[in-house]
Write a protein that binds this ligand. Structure first.
Ligand code: NDP
Length: 334
């Protein structure tokens, strides 16, 4: 792979090939991603004198920065809000010498012993070990109208955007814990919530289901699927299929002001897939009981490799594992 030629080497072929970035730095331990997994890996790696450099990704602090109250992270008896918790983790990682930088991995070459990671298409970092903690991203339905109204009535984060829909009518799509949580959160702000569920049952935990059923301004629309969003500048209504594909299928229209997606997440593994084994949903595979991937020197932690637990505390735990595995790996190289 010739992706990472130094600046002064001439690109082959067409003259409009972009010059590849020059190697700007060699680091011992590179961490990609700044959620609880990345920061925990950074704390351990820095304390073990691995001089970690972290690139945060576009969402500094990861998914937890879109959460209000975190009540289930051990050590916070009164709970803590997501952004504050992530800021604290950042400070803790920096206190031991982690260099935290804003930037996103745009290309990688994991073929050699020295790993190469291009950041923002312009900086090339070489690393002896790389810890991947790039997390997962919310899924969308894939409708044209959904794309058109992103930020104009369509959101994948109730806790980020719910504020804008105070006393309004909104719809939440999904039947899992996220949908249940977002619907109950929005119920505290909005006049009315339609929960659009494609089957005749929720996937959410029994406790979350109970909360949904006990919230008077949430109406569950069973066996409904989104057809299209309507509106001019902003969303004003949604068309839904009821009983799609069955006798009695019909299209219903609801007037709404906001439309929230809560249908799961996609792991952010696209840029690494050429080198790493992933499952069919794209989650990076690790050797059970470790953070080791199929490539020596590449370690994965957090939601990037976990589709089962996906909690801040489990992400932090696997971040710790990744730093310890990387430390051992580096020790064996010396
Ligand atoms: P899940 O994968 O659990 O649920 C996704 C939901 O969206 C399902 O109900 C699914 O329907 C529905 N869905 C998927 N695609 C579509 C589509 N195209 N159209 C309509 N509906 C669709 O994702 P979550 O984000 O809810 O949860 C992920 C994990 O995180 C879970 O393990 C969950 O328990 C955990 N979690 C825990 C929380 C907590 O403990 N406080 C809070 C939030 C999440 P169907 O059921 O028919 O497949």
């Amino acid at each position: 792979m010739d992706l990472f030629k130094p600046m002064d080497s001439k690109p082959e072929g067409s003259s409009n090939n972009k010059p590849e970035p020059a190697v700007s730095e060699h680091v011992k331990c590179l961490i990609l991603g700044s959620g609880p997994a990345g920061y925990t890996a950074a704390i351990y790696a820095a304390r073990a004198n691995m001089k970690p450099v972290m690139y945060t990704g576009m969402q500094l602090g990861g998914q937890l920065t879109t959460t209000t109250e975190v009540d289930n992270f051990p050590g916070y008896p009164e709970g803590i809000d997501g952004p504050t918790m992530m800021e604290d983790l950042k400070k803790q990682a920096e206190r031991f010498g982690t260099q935290v930088r804003f930037g996103m991995a745009t290309k990688v070459d994991f073929s050699g012993r020295v790993k190469r990671v291009e950041i923002d298409e312009r900086t090339l970092i070489e690393a002896d070990a790389v810890i991947l903690a790039t997390g997962a991203t919310a899924k969308y339905l894939g409708l044209e109208s959904e794309e058109k109204f992103k930020g104009f009535g369509v959101s994948a984060c109730a806790t980020c955007d719910g504020f804008f829909y105070r006393d309004k009518v909104v719809a939440v799509v999904g039947g899992g814990d996220t949908a249940a949580e977002e619907a109950t959160y929005l119920a505290g702000l909005c006049k009315k919530i339609y929960l659009i569920v494609r089957r005749d049952e929720l996937r959410a935990s029994k406790a979350m289901q109970k909360r949904v059923f006990n919230t008077p301004n949430i109406e569950v629309l069973w066996k409904h699927q989104t057809k299209e969003l309507l509106g001019e500048q902003v969303v004003t209504a949604v068309e839904l299929y009821k009983n799609k594909g069955e006798a009695g299928e019909e299209v219903v229209k609801l007037d709404i002001d906001g439309f929230f997606l809560a249908i799961g997440h996609t792991p952010n593994s696209e840029v690494f897939k050429e080198y790493l084994e992933t499952d069919n949903a794209g989650y990076v595979m690790t050797i059970p009981g470790t953070s080791k991937t199929n490539v020596p020197g590449i370690f994965a932690c957090g939601d990037l490799q976990d589709k089962v637990y996906r909690q801040a505390v489990t992400a932090a735990g696997t971040g710790c594992m990744a730093a310890l595995d990387a430390e051992r790996y580096l020790g064996e190289l010396e």
